[in-house]
Design a protein around this ligand. Structure first.
Ligand code: ZN
Ligand code: ZN
Ligand code: ZN
Ligand code: ZN
Ligand code: ZN
Ligand code: ZN
Ligand code: ZN
Length: 487
């Protein structure tokens, strides 16, 4: 379909016809103005119009004129010959048939030569040639108003004429070519895009699409008969429709889009629809609750397992510690970290008491631990202040082997504070040895996990001496104990 027909330049009726020749132009009143080839002998030129004689006429005085030229001259002026001034009347003028025959046999170039016609022919054939000359102007046979050379007419009628009949390639309708642009705007089969969702479809499908299928179309809420004034997207509406299980309620949904008059009759349907929605939600909630209960029970099982495993870890740690304490065979190192912090707490009046991990005097021996205190500064009776001391004690503990061992404990206990000077030759460990006294409560078989009474030195070493020597390394003290059991 040609939607932008552009006619080639054509001449319309009533405008200047230019050099191209139409038949009416041949009926001239003067001589022939054609391009004679070769040029006509001057004998055949009219002395009045200076052109080649048309209807040559001879006077009784022997001069030749175009018939119309001499008749006009006689009518308008004196009744004399314009050449020799002889008296002359219409009755003195005769047709010169010889000259006429001669002139009509002279060759002329086609009057359309400037438009391209190359034909040369005798003047007598002019009328016949003009009727068939392809350069002669003619009106469009469709009467569209165009006038154009005959040879261009087929092209015009076939391709450019606004009144030619064309067929729409979309819908097959026939129409004048000049109407095609208007037709494209209304043709039912032209593909166009939906303004809402931009899908492409034929124009005659768009209304149906908007009313039933377009997902982006804004429609009234399905509950508008109940007074809801919201507009919703059709896709949301379809989600609601899917929530309904039965086809009956889906058709109820569609019927809610009817007129106001239908509204009252659709209310019961809408209610039953809502009941179904509620029922479907109830089912879903029930299923969820079941899932939650199952999850809760598996979580509590996992918690229980976790607690059991934690207990296993604690037991294993205790077992490892116990085993380590047994293989030490009465030799025990105790590292006290953060000594300066304990000292500060003691200065503030706090009673600082530290217990070591337990250790065994041998694999099957007594279980013991060490206790350390930092004494508080006190004022003596004479008013002088007593300085802080590190106290060290041994405590007997309840052990696995107590039933097999002799009680009370007897033996020697060596307690030492190790000098941590990096130069071993300068190290001055402070050590004291005690002989266990069988009558002391500290060495009786324990009835508590750890005997409340210990045995050792309240003033093992002044804090100032500890700080003055090299007993502290990175704020750590190392206490060493060695127990020699007589058992
Ligand atoms: Zn004359
Ligand atoms: Zn003349
Ligand atoms: Zn021609
Ligand atoms: Zn036309
Ligand atoms: Zn069409
Ligand atoms: Zn759409
Ligand atoms: Zn609503």
């Amino acid at each position: 379909m040609n939607t932008s027909s552009q006619d080639p330049p054509s001449r319309n009726s009533g405008s200047d016809l230019g050099s191209s020749t139409s038949l009416s132009q041949l009926q001239s009143l003067e001589g022939y103005e054609y391009d004679f080839d070769p040029p006509v002998d001057s004998r055949y030129e009219c002395p009045i119009c200076l052109l080649v004689l048309r209807d040559p006429s001879q006077t009784k005085c022997g001069h030749r004129f175009c018939r119309e030229c001499i008749l006009r001259t006689l009518k308008n002026s004196s009744l004399r010959c314009p050449i020799d001034n002889e008296p002359l009347s219409e009755a003195d003028i005769f047709p010169d048939n010889y000259a006429k025959r001669e002139i009509l046999n002279c060759n002329i170039k086609c009057p359309n030569k400037d438009d391209g016609c190359k034909k040369i022919f005798p003047l007598c054939e002019l009328k016949a040639h003009i009727q068939e000359c392809q350069y002669t102007l003619a009106p469009c046979p469709n009467k569209c108003g165009s006038i154009l050379p005959r040879r261009d007419i087929d092209d015009h009628v076939g391709k450019f004429c606004g009144l030619r009949i064309v067929m729409c390639t979309c819908c097959g309708a026939n129409m004048h070519a000049q109407l095609t642009q208007d037709h494209v705007m209304v043709c039912p089969k032209v593909p166009i895009k939906c303004d809402n969702c931009h899908k492409e479809m034929n124009r005659d499908m768009i209304n149906h699409h908007l009313q039933t299928a377009c997902e982006q179309m804004t429609v009234m809420c399905p509950f508008y008969p109940l007074g809801c004034g919201y507009s919703v997207n059709r896709r949301q509406e379809e989600c609601m429709a899917q929530a309904l299980s039965s086809g009956q309620s889906a058709s109820a949904l569609e019927s809610t889009q009817g007129s106001e008059a239908d509204a009252a009759s659709t209310i019961p349907l809408v209610f039953s629809m809502m009941e179904q929605i509620t029922a479907s939600f109830d089912q879903k909630i029930e299923a969820r609750n079941k899932e939650i209960a199952e999850l809760k029970s598996s979580v509590s099982n996992l918690k229980k397992q976790n607690t059991e495993l934690s207990q296993v870890v604690i037991d294993l740690q205790a077992l490892v510690a116990n085993s380590l304490s047994k293989i030490c065979c009465g030799k025990f190192y105790w590292t006290i970290q953060g000594f300066s912090g304990y000292k500060q707490r003691s200065l503030k009046g706090e009673l600082v008491t530290l217990h070591s991990q337990p250790f065994f005097t041998s694999t099957w021996g007594y279980k013991m631990c060490l206790r350390a205190n930092i004494t508080q500064p006190q004022t003596a009776s004479d008013g002088s202040s007593l300085q802080q001391h590190l106290s060290l004690f041994v405590h007997v503990m309840q052990g696995d082997n107590d039933a097999l061992l002799p009680w009370p404990f007897t033996g020697k206990i060596m307690l030492a504070l190790l000098d941590q000077n990096k130069d071993e030759s300068l190290q001055k460990h402070v050590q004291e040895t005690l002989e266990a006294k069988p009558n002391l409560a500290a060495f009786q078989r324990p009835v508590l996990p750890r005997n409340q009474k210990g045995f050792g030195f309240i003033e093992f070493m002044p804090v100032s001496a500890i700080e003055g020597g090299s007993y502290l390394l990175n704020d750590c003290l190392v206490v060493y104990a060695q127990v020699f059991s007589h058992a």
